[in-house]
Design a protein around this ligand. Sequence first.
Ligand code: PLP
Length: 429
Amino acid sequence: MSDKAQGFDTLQIHAGAAPDPATGARQVPIYQSTAYVFKDAEHAARLFNFPEGGYIYSRLTNPTVAALAERIVHLEGGVGGICCSSGHAAQIMALFPLMMPGCNIVASTRLYGGTYTQFTQTIKRFGWSAKLVDFDDLDAVRAAVDDDTRAIFCESIANPGGYITDLDAIGSLANDVGLPLIVDNTSASPYLCRPIEHGATLVVHSTTKYLTGNGTVTGGAIVDSGQFDWSASGKFPSLSEPEPAYHGLNFHEALGGMAFTFHSIAVGLRDLGMTMNPQGAHYTLMGIETLSLRMRKHVENAETVAKWLENDPRIEKVTYAGLESSPYYDRKARICPNGAGALFTVAVKGGYDACVKLVDSLEMFSHVANLGDARSLIIHSASTTHRQLTDEQREAAGASPNVVRLSIGIEDAADIIADLDQALTKATA
Ligand SMILES: *Cc1c(COP(=O)(O)O)cnc(C)c1O
């Protein structure tokens, strides 16, 4: 194969997946094995020095999982990366090499509900904290950064939908203050948005969503751009100084752009154990083969349904960045050139009660706490995923009581609209 960079549609099928050297199997085999036989004692010793050169034990690396990681790295345009057990695991794994007790992150207020709770509550147990700021207010983001800040975190297309972060502006701010930018690219997928091209250092994914695409398995991934200088500021000793948890290896000095990836395997996966299993990786590898085809259809349907809803008298407001009425429409062209995704919120006339009735009256839509499925999904965030939040926090997250979140599937748009139409009639009667 020539060195010319291959296109997205090719990479989503071929990246990370050469025929199996032992059997010639064309599909990536599910290597359902916990351990791997060492050739001899010397080989074993070498592997323990540098885990990526081969396989030792599947808590650290597994060939099926490694194929998936490599594929996602290619699609995101990074240099290295790992998979782990869920999107939430990926977020902890991304922060782990950067943080120490007393450190903080500056994160956007517009976050997936579970991430909101992870950042505002759970990470406090590690002595970490998060300062949440409106990422459209660049002065506020800059002002929130202090000497203990170790990362800036946002979502590309923010859950529950309709908002696109100005990654160019945030990326250049992160660069100015010398901090890594971590972007959760779950709602966009690398087909719609490639955060590294806008200044992201690390990209995290819940592969549970569009990358798998059919609601079968949970998983997560982290991709490293390889661009960040971990040694410049002295703020990231796990990467830039001898790491006591791995026989004193200086990861950045020894591995350069692969420092984060190797640390995540040798220390992160080894000691936190948030490992993806090979069966799960297999489902996601199957899903990714059709990622671009599905995303095109998701976007086409979302645009059609959002336009229909916007013109319906029973609807108060549709927040979808793919609509010309959206304040983020111009940003979409720059940050998500292939479309604004398929996740958006709808404010229904009749408020909380109408939303609950709408959810209960839909027949084809599934009422679930998930997104990025081939099926159309709906959830009333205020009474479910964003239930633990205060009214003010819900408002900031775009999850007011009169709002439902739709994840538009890849069925026929006419059938999606017909289902919404009959349910809206019942909900607003
Ligand atoms: C689902 C989701 C997560 C969490 O991922 P899990 O795989 O459920 O742990 C994080 N961020 C976003 C944007 C999500 O949609």
